[in-house]
Design a protein around this ligand. Structure first.
Ligand code: ATP
Ligand code: MG
Ligand code: MG
Ligand code: MG
Length: 566
């Protein structure tokens, strides 16, 4: 690609609400442009990166024996009624009507559609096991889309669904998918961990999340330094030997003590019904503002709420005015407060769980950003509020537990018969009897991976792509192409062609920018290798080379350069 013929659109300024590095850098590099809340256009540059991820995901899915298909993004209500999820899925489900007043939703996932496909296509045990996958757009009406494509409303997901007779076959495919995921994230050059996870609203028995490690991650994970044990914080908590012991000093107090405001007080203060109160409820810890509970997307479980009931200490409820005052006092601590529906925002999942406890479990869900929490504060808060603490022994008897932040980029589930049973998806077994199939499902957030990779690898100058994800591996920069001698342009062109011929993805920066600006652009967009062709170098028979992470340039001959890149 010649940059003079490409649309590269780097910018200096980004909106203040771009809170985390990957969001800022994707905007600055011109990879994405915001259309509306949670909706992004992928620029030609951004798309090159997204496609690289997609290609690796596809190759490894194919290698693992999965078969690609493509399902519609618009799904009929009737199917969702069959599974019972039309009502249960909650406000993340975008519901649509056509001109005949027929109801549909925009796919947030595709268990229903694939199970419908399977019940029509699969008749005999001989067709099993089979694993279908697609790479297709999803829409989830996230309560607070944020961090650019990291938590978008429309995003690209690879979703796979396997069908089986018997648990053994399901476990086999699950293991194969797990291995495929390890290969995918390894090839992508990411530092990640597979952790045990709760199965949550999707249901089923076994589940793992693949978490890219990053301080800005919204998830917390616990892992052992003495074994392979790793789990997300919810799961770790459920299994921890310390579960049930009194939590360390969290300085929180039950609301029913006389000094506290009650829900009724808060409701009166807000001039709302007590039940509505849960939508605008703030829980404040002694160390300042902690949490606001909203309707939202996080499935809570009573176990958590129950445990929290045992917490000693002091907790204070506050109304909206106090929330606003608190926000003013700690600028940047909380996201923009004037949401269209005037719901003040947020905080941290753990604190929101507390709020849920205070409300007696009446909250539809909770929502957290956590992005503005300092890392240590966030981790210690998790440790404070939970039964899993940094330094705990492991659940498996080896080593001690450590806590870290992660970004969920993949998730695998053993669903079992749940959807097949609801939709009546059966095949004839060896004995000629109809049997309900078992299912596994396996998701990867293709677009989220792009952001997660940047979160993990960047510096002040910009993105540092792993080679596998870079839009181009090499940039050949021509100094002053319009005024340089014909020889300089010819040498650059020759090098560019030579690299392409060797299958090395190269971009020729022939835009004629000042060297400083050109280099800044190439660093910002994260090209791993930069070569400068200049009048001076040509006279000396050399090229100036610099790797994205090198502190200085090196002088190389043409042959040395090619050898280095091959
Ligand atoms: P999260 O906990 O971050 O909300 P999830 O558990 O709801 O994610 P899954 O239903 O497991 O997501 O979907 C599979 C994958 O899709 C996730 O592992 C994640 O990589 C990706 N994903 C989910 N929601 C979003 C989103 N709003 N924007 C971008 N990617 C997403
Ligand atoms: Mg979600
Ligand atoms: Mg999740
Ligand atoms: Mg998940």
């Amino acid at each position: 690609m010649r940059l003079s013929q490409f649309h590269l659109a780097t910018v200096k300024e980004v909106p203040a609400d771009a809170e985390i590095a990957s969001h800022r850098l994707m905007l600055r590099a011109g990879m994405i442009r915001r259309l509306a809340s949670g909706l992004y256009t992928w620029s030609p540059l951004g798309l090159r990166v997204m496609r690289k991820v997609e290609r690796i995901v596809r190759e490894e899915m194919d290698r693992a024996g999965a078969i690609e298909l493509l399902m519609p993004t618009i799904q009929p209500r009737e199917l969702w009624e069959e599974s019972g999820r039309w009502a249960k899925f909650g406000p993340q489900l975008l519901k649509i009507r056509d001109r005949k007043e027929q109801e549909f939703c925009y796919a947030p996932t595709a268990e229903e559609v694939i199970t419908d496909y399977a019940r029509n296509e699969l008749k005999s045990y001989k067709q099993l096991p089979v694993n279908f996958y697609q790479i297709q757009t999803k829409f989830r009406d996230e309560i607070r889309p944020r961090f650019g494509v990291m938590r978008a409303r429309e995003f690209l997901m690879k979703d796979a669904y396997s069908f089986h007779l018997g648990q053994e076959s399901l476990a086999e495919t699950y293991a194969a998918m797990y291995q495929a995921y390890v290969r995918i994230f390894t090839r992508l050059g990411l530092s990640f961990r597979a952790v045990q996870a709760d199965t949550g609203a999707i249901g089923g028995n076994a589940s793992h999340e693949f978490q890219v490690l990053a301080d800005s991650g919204e998830d917390a994970i616990a892992f052992s330094d003495g074994s392979d044990y790793a789990a997300n914080i919810e799961k770790a908590e459920a299994l921890a030997p310390s579960a049930g012991r009194p939590a360390p000093a969290a300085s929180l107090q039950r609301v029913d003590t006389p000094t506290q405001k009650t829900i009724a007080d808060v409701a009166a203060f807000l001039k709302v019904q007590p039940r509505q109160c849960v939508k605008t409820l703030l829980v404040r810890g002694v160390d300042g503002l902690v949490a606001l509970c909203l309707r939202g997307d996080h499935e809570l479980n009573e176990v958590k709420a129950g445990k929290l009931a045992e917490l000693p200490g002091e907790m204070v409820l506050a109304g909206e005015e106090e929330i606003r005052a608190a926000c003013g006092a700690r600028p940047g601590f909380i996201g923009p407060i004037d949401l269209p529906d005037s719901i003040p925002v947020i905080v941290d999942r753990d604190a929101a769980v507390l709020a849920d406890f205070v409300c007696g479990g009446n909250v539809d869900g909770v929502h957290c950003t956590g992005a503005n929490w300092e890392r240590d504060a966030r981790i210690s808060r998790i440790a404070d509020l939970r039964n899993v603490v940094e330094g705990d022994p492991s659940p498996d008897g080896h080593g001690t537990l450590h806590l870290a932040r992660g970004i969920e980029v993949g998730h695998v589930f053993q669903l079992g018969p749940k959807y097949a049973e609801a939709l009546g998806a059966t095949v004839i077994d060896e004995g000629g009897k109809a049997q309900v199939m078992s299912m596994g499902c396996y998701g990867i957030g293709v677009t989220r991976i792009v952001a997660a990779a940047i979160e993990q690898r960047h510096d002040e100058a910009g993105i540092i792509w792993p080679e596998a994800m870079a839009p181009w591996r090499v940039a050949v920069c021509v100094i002053n192409p319009k005024n340089a001698s014909a020889a300089v342009n010819e040498a650059a062109e020759e090098l560019y062609q030579a690299l392409l011929q060797r299958g090395i993805e190269t971009v020729l920066d022939d835009r004629g920018l000042r060297p400083g600006n050109m280099f800044a652009d190439m660093e910002l967009i994260g090209i791993p290798h930069r070569v400068v062709v200049s009048e001076r170098g040509l006279a000396a028979g050399t090229l100036e080379y610099r790797g994205r992470e090198d502190s200085e340039s090196r002088t190389l001959s043409r042959d040395e350069l090619i050898e280095l890149l091959e």
